[in-house]
Design a binder for this molecule. Sequence first.
Ligand SMILES: *Cc1c(COP(=O)(O)O)cnc(C)c1O
Length: 486
Amino acid sequence: MTKGRDRAESARLGEMLAALGPALEQFGRFEGQDPAAHRRTEWRAALDRPLPRRGEGLDAVTALLRDTLIPNGLRNGAPGFSGWVTTSPTTASVAATLAATVAGSQRWWVQPFNFLETVALRWLRELLGLPDELQGTFSSGGSTANIIALGAARQHAFERKGIDVARDGIPPATRWRVYASTEVHHVVTRAAAILGLGRSSVRAVKTDDALRIDMAALVRALDEDARAGIHPIAIVATAGTVNTGAIDPIAELLALARERGIWLHVDGAYGAFGVLDGRVAPLFAGMEQADSIAVDPHKWLAATVGTGAVFVRDRARLGRAFTLEPAAYLEGAASEGEPVSPFDDFGDPYHDFNLEQSAPSRGAAVWAVLLEIGADGMRERITRHLDYARHVAVRVRADARLELLTEPVLSICCFRYRASGRDDAAMNALNARIAKQLRAETPFVPSTTMVHGRFAIRPCFVNPRTTLAEVDGMVDAVRRIGDTLA
Ligand SMILES: *Cc1c(COP(=O)(O)O)cnc(C)c1O
């Protein structure tokens, strides 16, 4: 019989947090120039070691976290960062995630963190103005949320032909289609691949000048496929494209989807929370009647990363698509009747609506941010960020050296530096150099994209720490660097 206790420390958490707390706070002030890039050799050398044979103990772990990892951490939460659609979580969400990791480290069973998934989904639904029939589940992000939603759509489409696709697979010699605009996020295409439909099953429909799906082109595509015997699975409306923040005409897509009996999925991973701002809320009309909606609290809500959510009309369908087969070691181990222990009952069975069995209790991260600032605080944030994008547009329009490439709809504003006597190719190269120099020399980190073949500087405001000073600072810096390079 082996004697002795495990070498891994299971206590001393408070002590470790006390040691890391000051380093984390210091990191969160984002002072000075970002050291991570020019210290790359140093931190890689400190971390890239062989597997330890004996282990170095908890203090060695703490020291490396405090001295090497945290100070060189990723500064996507710095106030001047406005790139891609990402930021780092606010304090309440970090604390709740830590608490859930320790005290709710598995989302099953009758326990408060499992229950928080239910509460936080209800709060999200209310925040977004969705009806109770849209039942949800948390997911690891927008990628999985879209897989789950399209999995439900696939189940629905096949069931209407008398096929249980989750059980029997896709019948050979049948062709299926998902419709989306050319601006759709690539995770939707990947979802089609994973669901066995194939990437080529996503028909990319052209967009109008404002980069929204072209309705006439969509109707033509549907008609053409119907004549060719290709079955529709879903129409995907993007509510806030990642490139420019364009919102597909959801109400028109809903009407078309209803008329043809096709599932309407809304990918609102980035933009759905825009509905909180009354100026653009009408653009979301119809979202509440969609068959499924993907949202990403780890973007605009600044919940800890790894927190997506999906809502689907009729969760039983989600169950048929994703249920775990009963297993003796799971259900069989839960007792009948009144639970006397938390382990007598699995609580809300999110593992049956999802891709994951074991999973963190993600609801805690969303519950915490909403408990802290409420719907009003979130509306203020969204409104402020939409204001920032409009402020950039106003400044760009007032400056002959800058050119607006898209009118902001949500919190993205695409623009470029304009130099006289240069064609688009030269201007693209110039703006790419400006973007690179911004990252190298300033605290301002917007990302970039292409708009109608033109290279755009693309700030996307989802960062709670950004203030108007950084918005102006970024525009000033583009102007200054552009003048120097041009
Ligand atoms: C971010 C995003 C995704 C992907 O979400 P992840 O959380 O990064 O997996 C999908 N669609 C849209 C519109 C997005 O903005």
